[in-house]
Structures are given as C-alpha cells and as structure tokens.
Design a protein around this ligand. Structure first.
Ligand code: GLV
Ligand code: MG
Length: 349
C-alpha cells in the first residue's frame, strides 16, 4: 500500500522530483546503434538529425567481450555529440546480467544529464521497475542531477506480458513500453525463427466448396503480434505512457516492415525501433499522420464546434467520439509539426 501523497516523493534524499507528466516528444523511430563500433559512432552526426531518438545499445547484439567498449563509447557520444532536439536513450543489459550494475552506475554518474530514457530489457514485473527506480534516484542524487531519467520497459517475456499493467504503473518514471517480439517468441516457445513480422504458416482458410479439401481455397495470413500489441497499448493508455512496436529484423523487406509498423500505428503505438537506416523513412512516413487524414480531422473538428452534439461530414456521422479521435490525430500532427517544418507545411495547421 502507498499513500497517493508519496507517489511523487523522491526515492532518495537529494534526487529530483519524479515526473508528473511524461513529456510527449516525437519518438517515431528509436534508432539503435552499437557504441562499440567506431564506424557507427562516426555516423552519429549524420544520423542524429534524421531520427527522433538515438539509442546506444548495450544489450543483445553486443558481444560479451564488447560490453565495456559499448558502455565507454556511449559515454563518449553523450559527452561530445551535438544532438539538437534528438533524444538520447540507451538500452542497458538485463537486470540479471553481470553488466547492468556498471551500465547504470557509469551512465547515470557520467552522463545522466544527457540521457533522456533508459530502456530496460526483459522486464518481468513491477519489482524490476522498483529496483531500477530506487537505484536511479540514488545515483541521480549522488551526481546532483536536477532532471529525472525516464524508464522504458521491453515487453519480451511471458511473465512480463502477464504483469504488463503493473509494470506500466510501477513508477512515475515510466515513459513507455516496446514489444520485443524476438525474445518474447523464444520465451513463449513460439515456433518462429525471426525478429518480428508475420509468418506465412499462421493463417486461416476458407471452408471447402466441395468434397476435395485439397482444392485451392482462399487463405489470409494473421498477425502473430496483434494480441500482444493490443494488450500493450491498453496498458500504456491506462498509465498515460507511450507504446512502441519494437524491431523488424528483415531489413530487405521494407514492404512488410511498413505493414507491421502501420498496424502498430493504427492500434495506438507512437513509434518503432529502426535497426538500419533503410527503416528510418518508413517509420517517419508511418508514424506521422497523412496530410489528408489531418485535413479530414480538421474538417470534423470545425464541423463539430464545441465537440458536443452530432454533425454529418461527407455523409459520415460525427459525434463526440469521432471528435475525440480527430483530436488525437491533430494533437500528434501539431506535436510533429513543431519539430518538422516539412510536416508543418503539409499539415497547414
Ligand atoms: C528485442 O529486444 C526483441 O527481443 O525482440
Ligand atoms: Mg530482446
């Protein structure tokens, strides 16, 4: 039990106050880079202006003997790179790993004032968030930071999915959740061998028209991730935090990547991970409302006046609920237009 009065009390003497609102900054693409790879680090100045979030990855995909180099590389990037409005995030190693204590201690102590969000992988329940929350408060207090670093959890274990609401509500530091389809598939014993996306074997088939069940029939592939993304979006909305689709591993298949991102966008996600520069434009296109959609939303809002009652626009019934949907699109459009002059012009807000 906890008194509501204690929710916003710092968890360590001298730590900054926990945030009351999650700052809704554009985060259409969370672009992963390996800070232990000098070639990738050299590209940071080119990539940073093209993405909303740059994430220094310390966890999976970084070999065990590169963990220290990745952590040091990220400290250097945080200290030296001119990132402008682009946010800097990191994905630290999992809480049961031998590296995470050094990841958190070093990053928060050395460059905590440059880090916006720490992504925690393989979060299983609220206890993981409570642990990180307290440790961050202690480290922030010791370093004298004024601004609390936010936390983001990856939903990639069956237990994490079972506890998803409690994870989202575990701390005012929670900024959002990402789906981790690769680890989640393994943990659930799904029989896929890929990073996100669909599977041609997961389908439904029309009934047979005659006696021959082998005769051709229409089939439709289903989305393996629908259930989890929908649960994640509801849990995030409950807590007032943001939901993200995670990685799409088939870099060549830009078409299916766009489909997966768009499904997530339509269901309520605000962004996705980009693992390769080829995916950055896809995420920008998908997670920015289309100008025609924004124009339509404006027409509905104008027709609805104070938002109550009902109106017909092009033969379609509008009421309080469509007004609210249109406001969701317009809020996002305004937020993106403030950052992106091309979108500001296209939206004409
Ligand atoms: C991401 O970390 C995943 O496991 O998909
Ligand atoms: Mg993972």
């Amino acid at each position: 039990m906890k008194s509501p009065r204690d929710v916003f009390r710092p968890l360590a003497v001298g730590a900054p106050d926990p945030p009351r609102e999650v700052p809704l900054r554009p985060s259409r693409m969370i672009h992963f880079f390996d800070p232990s790879n000098p070639k990738m680090v050299a590209k940071v100045p080119d990539i940073a202006p093209k993405v909303d979030v740059l994430l220094g990855n310390l966890e999976d995909a970084i070999a065990a003997d590169r963990k220290d180099a990745a952590r040091d590389g990220l400290v250097e990037v945080a200290r030296t790179a001119e990132l402008g409005p682009t946010q800097l995030w990191t994905r630290v190693n999992s809480l049961d790993s031998p590296w995470v204590l050094d990841d958190l201690t070093t990053l928060v102590t050395e460059v905590g004032d440059h880090l916006d969000v720490i992504m925690l992988p393989k979060v299983e329940g609220p206890e993981d968030i409570h642990y990180a929350d307290r440790l961050l408060a202690q480290l922030e207090a010791r370093a004298g930071w004024q601004r609390p670093i936010l936390l983001h959890a990856i939903l990639e274990t069956a237990r994490g999915v079972a506890n998803v609401e409690e994870i989202c509500l575990a701390s005012p530091r929670m900024q959002g959740l990402s789906l981790g389809p690769a680890d989640l598939a393994a943990d659930r014993r799904m029989k896929t061998t890929r990073v996100g996306g669909g599977h041609p074997g997961y389908l439904v088939r029309a009934d047979p028209t005659g006696d021959d069940v082998h005769a051709p029939r229409t089939t439709a592939q289903q989305d393996l991730w629908h259930y989890t993304v929908a649960r994640m979006v509801d849990a995030c909305a409950l807590a007032g935090i943001a939901a993200y689709y995670g990685p799409f591993g088939d870099i060549q298949d830009v078409v299916a990547c766009e489909d997966q991102f768009r499904n997530a966008y339509l269901l309520g996600c605000v962004g996705a991970w980009t693992l390769h520069p080829a995916q950055i434009d896809i995420a920008r296109r998908v997670f920015s409302p289309e100008p025609a959609e924004v124009a339509w939303a404006k027409r509905v809002v104008d027709a609805m006046g104070d938002g109550s009652g009902a109106a017909m626009v092009d033969g379609k019934m509008q009421d309080d609920a469509t007004y609210k949907q249109c406001e969701v699109v317009l809020d996002l459009a305004r937020e993106l237009a403030a950052r992106d002059p091309e979108l500001a012009e296209a939206y004409d807000l």
